[in-house]
Design a protein around this ligand. Sequence first.
Ligand code: HEC
Length: 465
Amino acid sequence: MLETLGLYPQWYVPVIGSAWVMGIIGTIHVLASHTSVGASWLFALIETKAVRENKPELMDYIKKYGLFLLVFSYIIGSITGPGIWYSVTVASPRGISGLIHNFVWVWATEWVFFFVEVIGVYALVYLIGKVDRRTHLKLTWSFAVASWATMILIVPILSFMMWPGNERWYETGSTLDAAFNLNYFAHLGVRTAFMFAIAGAVGGILAATMKNREVRVEITRFLSKMGLAGLFLGVVMWMWYVQTLPENARIIMETQMGPKYGKFLGGVLLAVLLYFLWTAWKPLQLRQGAAVAMTLVIGLFGLWPEERSRESIRKPYVAGQYIYSNQLISRDVPGKGVRSDLPLIESSGVLATHLFVPDELRKITPENQLRAGEFLTKTLCANCHGIEPDAVLRPLPALFGHSDEPRMIKAYLDGALYHGKVPYMPRLPLPEQEREAMAAYIASLSGGLSPLALAVHEPRTEGAH
Ligand code: HEC
């Protein structure tokens, strides 16, 4: 038997693509988790004020928000957290394997802190008024530190996905070289800052319902200040973060996101800024509905595009600048004993070396050409592209101008893709026959010629590269 490719069966999600499934779950998770980490700091700061200035009535708010966190953030967070694991494991098995092989102990440590955090929030709510104030304050600060520790420990993994940023890791494979990657601190700064803004917005949902007017004014003003500080710091951190990105990410930002996208995000920031200024100025005008609306705005127009673009600018990689989104390994990583898949693909193709290919597709024939093309396209492109003409994620038919002409499509596979000329797409040195089959299939999506047409028009040109 030939050498095999380490690919798993493909999880194919029609129309929205597996990337959006992960994106949707991830965005909800970020909203829940950043809310709870931000809130833990809010509690610690407000409780410190309550103890120092002897204002026990402020504790009513912490009790209310704490209970709300328990019911919403922690339940939603604990459902979407494993949801991320399930979806990424099937959508990107080698991506997640790469991360586990680097970060297993970091993750284990993170779970310890998460455990402390969950117990902390129960204890904190339950013990208000039941233990002396100073003891309770210590508990709240421990909760805040444990919560933030989960973020400190998860961000190295997320930022390694962008890239290690140093050549050393590829040689050593060490966890520290992976964790202290080039964009770690900037990324941690961005998330820490924006978590304050998010917690400030979500906090308004409860602040608006406080019966005691003075408490309501004091808390709402506090939330506004925290939100404004988070927003300001977040923008500064973001500017730093952009400086730490790899070349491909900058190209994608320039070419695909453009000024319209920038204006849109600028508009969202401005809306959040005005909201916090308004609630600082007229705290009693804040109604629960407005705070809920602001939370949704941040989720839908802030976090969703942010999570989506972090995924986009990483292209063509899903992790470490060595695992492509379509799960192929693009380079040798001696530190991990990982070898590039590209030489094997170039010499033997995917159909002959991928373990999960149906036997009847091992060899391309005129009869199975379209099905082989479909298999290859779904395996190699569908992680990043929708196949259906009306798909939401970069639909392939549209990107080929709805061409039903296999030869035109094949020219792209022969040129740009074969030689890796597109900075945001993987290099795919496929054998001639596999490129033909894919071109025939992609053309058929736009009502193209019969699969045989290409083979008839063009004699094989094996080895022409
Ligand atoms: C790692 C992710 C990824 C994979 C895998 C991938 N592409 Fe792309 N592709 C992109 C991105 C990102 C764009 C930019 C699309 C946009 O404008 O939104 C793109 C654009 C394109 C375009 C438009 C022309 C261009 O150069 O911008 C074509 C055609 C295309 N891809 C074909 C393919 C085919 C065929 C495959 C499978 C063999 C494939 N892609 C696999 C990420 C990928």
